[in-house]
Structures are given as C-alpha cells and as structure tokens.
Ligand binder design. Structure first.
Ligand SMILES: Cc1ncc(COP(=O)(O)O)c(C=O)c1O
Length: 385
C-alpha cells in the first residue's frame, strides 16, 4: 500500500476518465442528464445532481478518504460547516456532548446557541483531561468532540486515552484535525470516529478558498452521508478543484512550514519580551511528549505568551508589521499574526497577552527581522506609558 506522501500526489485521480488530464478537471454542473428513464429510476447512475457529487468533488473526497484511512469523506462549504456537520451526524435532541474547552470559538458558539436550541446539551472539559473524561460521562452522553492541539492555546490531547474511554461506553469521538492535517495525525487510527478539517487551511494552502472535509469510519459512514445530504451541504466545483490542486503539494509545504516555525519559535524563546512559546515540537512544551508519541510532524501555527505589556504597546507592535499580515486564518503560504481573545470555562494561566503566529513560506530571516522590529516598537511604547 502506498505511503501518505504518495497518496497525496496520486489520490483521487482518474486520467483515463478525463482525456488523460493529470488532476480531475472542474466539472461545473448542477444536473447530470440520464441516458434513459430506466437509468434515471434504477439508481445506477454515478452522477445525478451536483449537490450529491461531481467527478471533481468525488475525486477530492476519495483522495482525502484514502489519506485518512476512512470509509467515506464528504465536502462542506467551510471548515465550520464540517465541525457542525460532525456534531449533527452524531447528536440529536436530549443528547449530551463533551467538547474540549480549547475548541475553535465558532464551534463553541454553535453548541451554545444552535445546539442548545435543538436540545443538545454541551459540557466543556479541560483539554488535558485524558482518560479522566470517563468521570464526565452521563447516561445520555453521545459524543466527545476534540481539537488537538487547540488552535489558539495548542494543548495536545491524549486522543487514544479519550477515545478508548468513550468507546467503552458506546460514545462517538469527533475531532477537528486541522492542525495535524491528514498527513501528520492519523485521527481514525488513534480511535477517532469522525475526523474533520478546515480545508481552507493547509489542504487548500493558498488562501483562496473556503472548504471543509469530514471523514467517517465504517460505523459512522451511513449517518454522515445521510446528514450531509439532508442538510444540503456541498462544495463548489472550482473550490474542489483548487483544494485538489493544493493537496498535491501539502507534504512539501508542511515540511517548510514546520522547519521555519521551529526556527522562529526557538528564537522567540530567547526574546526578553516572551514569557513562553507554545509549540508542541519544542522539547519543553507541555504537549511535547504526546505530540512526539502520536504525531508525525507539525505545521506552522503556534502561539507566544508575552510578558505583561500595555495595550498601546501591543498595538504599536501589530500595526507596523511588514511581512506578517493581520489576519484570522492560517495554513496558507503567507505569515499571519493575531492577538488572541478567547472565552474559556477553564482559562489557562497566561503571563500576558497571547499572540498567535502562522509562519508562512517567506524567508525566515525576514520574518525574524519583522518580529524584532515589532518588539522594538512594543518596548518603546511600553516604556513611554
Ligand atoms: C481549528 C479550526 N477549525 C475550523 C475552522 C473553520 O474553518 P473555516 O474558516 O474554513 O470555516 C477554523 C478556522 O479558522 C479553525 O481554525
């Protein structure tokens, strides 16, 4: 069986069906015509209506499904739709769901507002709970929702321990695996039932699409496909094509993101303005041991806890950045920076402001110089106040 790096290059392609084209071309269509009434009625047609799939979307689904080792992958119009689809696949009125407190905030909002409105009871748990999750199970607990590492505070979760505890009680496990990517974290192999990604990030990789993917194991395949269909979720043809194109270079991009991020994170640990760097590949990171045990690599996203400074100093740093863009996404080729604000039931103890960096594919020396100049502005304003 081919290894993941080969699957990234080969997955989902079918040149013989597409005039020899290496990637599956864009099929812009809403409806597919049947050759005759019998085919229309007997369910044998491969394609019927584009919401239920086109050669372009199926090719991408197949590629992701092979990589994730799942039974079926579906595409959604955004990563957030992938998060909510996974939850709605498993949970309904009267069910209890345990959600990591480090979850992407819009997923939290979904649980707190729409989930609640439709009768799903959400309980947030401390991300590092591990096997202790079992103490939170109730008779109506239906799902555990993980995100590892959390995309702002990067706590690495003990996924195998949590999944084992959940499965002993017949509880499903869903996981936002966007940071790990299909290359670096084998979610289903570690006991997850539904693995999802914001493909907007590294799979697309070029900051020009929005998309999500959800992959189920055999136990959840039918429910996933049914829920996806009922909700009318799908991805547009051009988006699916661009995601497919981005996927082909995922491994080489990630190698560079990880190398540059490690160099900059290490450099930041020696800066006097920095209290702590949170990046699991660093040896002294709280999640390092779990990351080394379970992941085969990292990406370019990490956070820095600054020593306490006043707000004007932070603004002075952020407003003058030359190479880091002020932007909320990550996973593209470019570097981004944000000052993170989050709501938590179990707030982590932070020495000062949390700054999240996405390290892109620029020259690391330019990025370091940009950050160093930012720290100079920060120090100048902090001293003045
Ligand atoms: C961890 C994580 N999950 C899901 C999403 C949602 O993805 P999208 O923006 O494609 O809806 C994001 C977006 O930032 C994210 O960071």
């Amino acid at each position: 069986m081919a290894r993941k790096r080969t699957k990234i290059v080969e997955g989902g392609r079918a040149p013989a069906l597409h005039a020899g084209a290496v990637n599956v071309p864009v099929y812009r269509a809403s409806t597919f015509l049947f050759p005759d009434l019998e085919t229309m009625h007997d369910g044998s047609a491969a394609y019927t209506y584009a919401r239920r799939g086109t050669p372009t979307t199926r090719g991408l689904e197949q590629a992701i499904c092979d990589l994730e080792g799942g039974a079926r992958t579906v595409l959604t119009p955004s990563g957030l739709a992938a998060c909510t689809l996974a939850i709605l696949t498993v949970c309904g009125a009267g069910d209890h769901i345990l959600v990591t407190d480090s979850v992407y905030d819009p997923t939290r909002v979904f649980c707190e507002k729409l989930g609640k409105r439709y009768g799903i009871v959400t309980e947030f748990f401390e991300p590092r709970i591990g096997a202790g999750i079992a103490s939170l199970f109730r008779p109506n607990t239906r799902a555990v929702y993980l995100e590892s590492p959390g995309s702002l505070t990067l706590e690495v979760q003990d996924v195998p321990a949590i999944a084992a505890a959940a499965h002993r009680h017949g509880i499903a496990v869903a996981m936002d695996n966007t940071w790990g990517t299909p290359l670096h974290f084998d979610a289903l192999g570690h006991g997850v039932d539904l693995s999802l990604h914001s493909a907007t990030k590294y799979i697309g990789g070029h900051s020009d699409i929005l998309m999500g993917v959800v992959t189920a194991n055999e136990a959840w395949r039918k429910a996933l496909v049914e829920t996806h269909g009922i909700l009318g979720l799908c991805a547009a043809a051009d988006e699916a094509y661009l995601a497919q194109r981005g996927l082909r270079t995922l491994a080489v991009r990630l190698r560079q993101h990880q190398e540059s991020a490690t160099e900059i994170a290490t450099w930041l640990t020696s800066r006097p303005e920095v209290a702590r760097v949170i990046y699991p590949p660093l040896h002294n990171d709280a999640g390092h041991e779990l990351w080394r045990r379970d992941f085969t690599g990292a990406c370019g996203l990490f956070s820095v806890v600054l020593n306490p400074v006043n707000e004007d100093a932070i603004s002075a740093m952020m407003n003058g950045m030359q190479h880091f863009g002020l932007g909320v996404s990550w996973g593209g080729f470019e570097s981004l920076i944000i000052v993170a604000h989050f709501r938590r039931n179990f707030p982590p103890a932070l020495e000062g402001p949390l700054v999240r960096l996405h390290i892109g594919l620029e020259d690391v020396d330019d990025l370091k110089a940009d950050l160093a100049a930012g720290f100079e502005r920060l120090n100048r304003v902090n001293r003045e106040k």
